[in-house]
Design a protein around this ligand. Structure first.
Ligand code: BGC
Length: 382
């Protein structure tokens, strides 16, 4: 019965979308949907019928493995669901390129835009055009700020990612029982990325009480998000800051001890590790270093004992959720598994979100987490 109702709704919708297409508003607008196809009673095996639907996917950069993976997954999964895909990478985090690419997606008649914003606040104008043309927008991984054009947000629980990094340090240094003092430094992400604050706040929610009680000491005294942020999330920038910290605080394997570096993600962790290795650190005296993404070079470092953990965010799950959102939008229905309606306010509205669950990855569980799950092959991380 439910299926019958769903099918008739899809039929009505297909008709109404067809009518919209005829208004001249957007001549390329599809008249039917892949999975909402009126001629495909089996929705699980959707095929395109009655016109092609193109989805625009805008990724921030090709220079970090994670985004290549995200883009690739999204393209595969959307194509399998019967959509055409216009996938673009904005050079290396180039905001004007991203804006131009989105403008092109709009003018080419994409039905839905899936956007991982470089700067959450730089898309307000271009998304006005999307809204005018009835194009829906899904914020992918990073929230898009100051725009009412954003229908949904799919991401990981970003605050939890930070909490997991903080808790890893808490557990490894046994902060609940030890008095320290332990020396720690903190590296956050690019402040233009709305996620960076969530990661930072999550980690600090665990670490701050220990900093206040003196169990953890930050010798550089750099603890505010502004002081510890890493422009563009770039490895070189994190490396340069770590090199300065080593010089100005006298950290060395034989001198002043550095017990932990809380890094928000793998690109910053890589910069910190590079600086420490150049300063003579080996796996024997490496501080605890956290990360995020389980990027291949960082997994290799974990296996070499040069990075302690990385929060794994299975981008396949994220892509599945986003494809579900796209399907719902195209069918004119609501995604059925929004699990957070309150956390992510983009300055204009609370954006209905789906938060996927992050998992802590280490040298101990990488096989199960990354290899057996088919995310990587053993050769990928040799
Ligand atoms: C993502 C992280 C990523 C970082 C740098 C964040 O928005 O959530 O997974 O490491 O951007 O690209």
């Amino acid at each position: 019965m439910k299926k019958l109702i769903a099918l008739s709704m899809a039929f009505v919708l297909a008709l109404s979308l067809g009518a919209c297409g005829g208004t001249g508003n957007n001549q390329n607008q599809p008249t039917s949907t892949p999975s909402g196809s009126t001629s495909a009673p089996d929705e699980s095996n959707s095929t395109v019928s009655g016109g092609d639907v193109t989805i625009g996917v805008s990724m921030p950069t090709k220079s970090l493995q994670r985004w290549n993976q995200d883009g690739g997954n999204m393209k595969d999964k959307l194509e399998k669901a019967g959509y055409k895909v216009n996938l673009e990478y904005a050079g290396d985090n180039d905001i004007p390129t991203q804006v131009n690419q989105i403008e092109n997606m709009i003018s080419k008649g994409c039905k839905v835009l899936v956007i991982a914003a470089i700067d959450g606040s730089s898309l307000t104008e271009v998304l006005k055009q999307a809204k005018e043309q009835n194009i829906s927008v899904i914020a992918y991984d990073r929230l898009i700020m100051n725009s009412d054009a954003v229908s949904y947000y799919a991401t990981f629980d970003n605050f939890k990612v930070g909490v997991m990094q903080g808790e890893f340090i808490e557990e490894k240094l046994d902060l609940k029982n030890n008095k320290g003092p332990f020396n720690i430094e903190i590296f956050a992400g690019d402040p233009a990325d709305n996620n960076a604050k969530f990661f930072y706040d999550g980690a600090m929610s665990v670490l701050n009480p220990y900093i206040e009680s003196g169990v953890l000491v930050v010798p550089s005294k750099q603890t505010s998000q502004a002081q510890v942020s890493t422009a563009d999330w770039k490895t070189e920038n994190a490396q340069a800051r770590m090199e300065n910290l080593i010089t100005s605080n006298g950290y060395s394997p034989k001198g002043k001890k550095l017990d932990a570096v809380c890094c928000s993600n793998d690109s910053t962790a890589m910069g910190v590790t590079n600086a420490l290795v150049s300063a003579g650190y080996t796996k024997e005296d490496m501080p605890i270093i956290t990360g995020q993404d389980c990027d291949k070079p960082n997994v290799k470092n974990m296996l070499k004992g040069l990075q302690s953990m990385s929060v794994f965010k299975d981008t396949r799950t994220l892509a599945d959720k986003v494809v579900g959102m796209v399907d719902a939008i195209v069918k004119g229905s609501e995604p059925d598994d929004i699990n957070d309606r309150d956390t992510y306010n983009n300055g204009v509205k609370n954006v209905p979100s789906y938060l996927c669950a992050p998992v802590a990855g280490t040298a101990e569980n990488y096989k199960e987490l990354l290899i057996e799950s088919g995310y990587y092959t053993e050769e990928d991380i040799q």
